[in-house]
Design a binder for this molecule. Structure first.
Ligand SMILES: *Cc1c(COP(=O)(O)O)cnc(C)c1O
Length: 453
C-alpha cells in the first residue's frame, strides 16, 4: 500500500513560499512515519519527519502540501539548490547514455573531467591528482590510506569536536561518542586527538597559541616520526561550526610541512562555495597536501573525492585504491553541472551575501538576548551557540525547544555541536532573499517565545 502523494514538480517552477496547510508533520507524513518505524531500523533517525515530494530554490514541499523554508540543504549538500535545472538535465542525459560501467573496468570521460576540475580548483598551484569515491567517510579513509602509503608511517591526529564519518576508521577520527561511536568499538588504532582552536571557549588563546598547544600535544603524545597525517576540518561542521582563530590552520599546516606529516583538510562540509570561497582553506591561503570533498560536490548525488599533491596521490601501488561505484557517471555529470552552476550563477559571491544577511540578523538578536553566547561562521555556514546567560555553559534544552518551534512553523533548521546547543544555518545558495528574511523572523519568534521560560 502506498500513501497517495501530491503531484509537485521541483525545479524553477516550485513556488518560493512558506505555506502551511496542516500541522507539521501533517497526517500523511505521520502515516509514513509509522510505516518507517515498522520497516526501517530505529538507529537511522529522522530529525523532521515531513516526507518530501519536491524541493528547490529555498523550499521543501511535503506530502501534505506544506512548503517549508530550507535552512539545512540536506546537511550542506544541495548548495546549488535542490533539483537545480543544470544538474537535473546533466543527470538525465547521462542516465539515457549509460548508468555504470565501473571506472576500473571500462572508464569514461566524466570521471577524468571531474578530476581535472578538482585539480585545477582546489587550493595550491602544485601538480595535483584526484581519486573519486561515494561518501565523505570513504574519501577520508582513502586520504589516510594515501598518507600512510606515502609516508610509511601510521599515526593520525584528529581534533576535539571533529567529525569525519561513521565507518570504522572515521568513527575513530570523530570526537563525539553519542550518537556516532557509543557501543560500536573497538575503533581503529593509531588515532590520536589534539585540542582545537575554539575562540568562544578559548579565552585569550589566539590562533598561533592554539596551534602551539595542539602541536605540543602531538609532539609529546605521538611524535612526528610516527605521524602520517593530521586531519582537520578548516571550519568544523557537526562539532559546532567552530571557526578556528586566524593563524591556527596555517601554523598547524606549517608544522606538518616541516615534519614530513601530510596535512589533510576535510572540506566535506565546507567545500564548493559554502563558506564564501570555493574552499574554506582559501580564506587564509592555507594549502593542504590532501583535500577531501563530498557533500556539496554533486547536488545530492553520491560523490566524494581526494585531491592532492601528485606525488602523494601516486604513492599507493596500482590497484590499491578504488571501489565499484566510486566516481559513478551520474554523480560525475552532476558534479560538472554543479561547478558550472557555481561559476555561471555567481554562487561564491551569493554565499557571502547570504552570510552577511544571516550574521547581521543574528548579531542583532544577540544584542538583547544573553542566551545567544556566540554568533559565528563564514559565508552561508553560520551558527549561533546557545548558553546559560553570562556563562559558556551549553543550553541544549533551549536549542531543542527553539528548533522544535521552528519546525512547527515550517522552517527546516539543524542543530549540532559537541553539547547539542548550536544552531547551524546552511541555506541553499539558491535561497531567495525574501524567504531567508522570513525564516529568520521565525527563528526570532521561536527565541522570543522561550524567553523567561
Ligand atoms: C558529513 C561529513 C563527513 C562524512 O561524510 P558522509 O558522506 O556522511 O560519509 C566527513 N567529514 C565532514 C567534515 C562531514 O561534514
Amino acid at each position: 500500500m502506498s500513501t497517495p502523494t501530491i503531484a509537485v514538480t521541483g525545479g524553477p517552477t516550485l513556488p518560493q513560499e512558506r505555506r502551511l496547510v496542516t500541522e507539521v508533520p501533517g497526517p500523511r507524513s505521520r502515516e509514513l512515519a509509522e510505516r518507517k518505524s515498522a520497516a526501517v531500523t530505529n538507529a537511522v533517525g529522522t530529525m523532521l519527519p515531513v516526507y518530501t515530494v519536491a524541493a528547490g530554490g529555498g523550499v521543501v514541499v511535503d506530502v501534505d502540501g506544506n512548503s517549508l523554508i530550507d535552512l539545512g540543504s540536506g546537511i550542506a549538500v544541495t548548495s546549488v539548490g535542490n533539483s537545480n535545472p543544470r544538474v537535473a538535465a546533466a543527470v538525465a542525459d547521462q542516465v539515457a547514455a549509460f548508468t555504470h560501467t565501473c571506472f576500473m573496468v571500462t572508464p569514461y570521460d566524466g570521471y577524468v573531467r571531474v578530476a581535472e576540475a578538482l585539480n585545477r580548483l582546489t587550493p595550491g598551484d602544485h601538480a595535483k591528482k584526484s581519486a573519486l569515491f561515494n561518501s565523505g567517510a570513504e574519501a577520508v579513509e582513502n586520504a589516510v590510506k594515501i598518507a600512510r602509503s606515502a609516508t610509511r608511517k601510521q599515526a593520525v591526529v584528529a581534533f576535539d569536536h571533529g567529525y569525519h564519518g561513521r565507518t570504522n576508521l572515521t568513527m575513530a577520527l570523530t570526537a563525539k561518542s553519542m550518537p556516532y561511536k557509543s557501543g560500536f568499538g573497538p575503533f581503529a588504532p593509531e588515532v590520536y586527538r589534539a585540542p582545537m582552536s575554539y575562540p568562544f571557549r578559548d579565552g585569550d588563546v589566539d590562533g598561533p597559541a592554539a596551534a602551539h598547544r595542539a602541536i605540543d600535544v602531538i609532539e609529546k603524545q605521538v611524535g612526528a616520526a610516527n605521524l602520517a597525517a593530521v586531519v582537520i576540518e578548516p571550519i568544523q561542521g557537526e562539532g559546532g561550526f567552530v571557526v578556528p582563530a586566524p593563524g591556527f590552520l596555517q601554523a598547524v599546516a606549517d608544522w606538518c610541512t616541516a615534519n614530513g606529516v601530510v596535512f589533510i583538510a576535510d572540506e566535506v562540509q565546507t567545500g564548493f562555495a559554502r563558506t564564501g570561497d570555493l574552499f574554506a582553506c582559501d580564506d587564509e591561503g592555507v594549502v593542504p597536501d590532501l583535500i577531501v570533498t563530498a557533500k556539496g560536490i554533486a547536488g545530492g548525488l553520491p560523490l566524494a573525492a581526494v585531491t592532492g599533491r601528485a606525488e602523494l596521490m601516486d604513492a599507493p601501488h596500482a590497484g590499491g585504491l578504488g571501489g565499484t561505484y566510486g566516481g559513478n557517471p551520474l554523480a560525475c555529470a552532476a558534479a560538472l553541472a554543479v561547478l558550472e552552476a557555481i561559476e555561471e550563477d555567481g554562487l561564491v559571491a551569493r554565499a557571502r551575501q547570504l552570510g552577511t544577511t544571516m550574521l547581521d540578523r543574528l548579531r542583532a538578536l544577540q544584542a538583547d538576548d544573553p542566551r545567544i553566547g556566540d554568533v559565528r561562521g563564514r559565508g552561508a555556514m553560520v551558527a549561533m551557540e546557545l548558553v546559560v546567560p553570562g556563562t559558556t555553559e551549553p543550553d541544549a534544552a533551549l536549542a531543542a525547544q527553539v528548533a522544535a518551534a521552528c519546525h512547527a512553523a515550517g522552517v527546516v533548521v539543524l542543530t549540532c555541536g559537541t553539547w547539542g546547543n548550536v544552531f547551524r544555518f546552511l541555506p541553499p545558495l539558491s535561497m531567495p532573499d525574501h524567504l531567508l528574511a522570513e525564516a529568520f523572523d521565525v527563528v526570532a519568534e521561536a527565541l522570543a517565545a522561550t524567553k523567561g521560560m
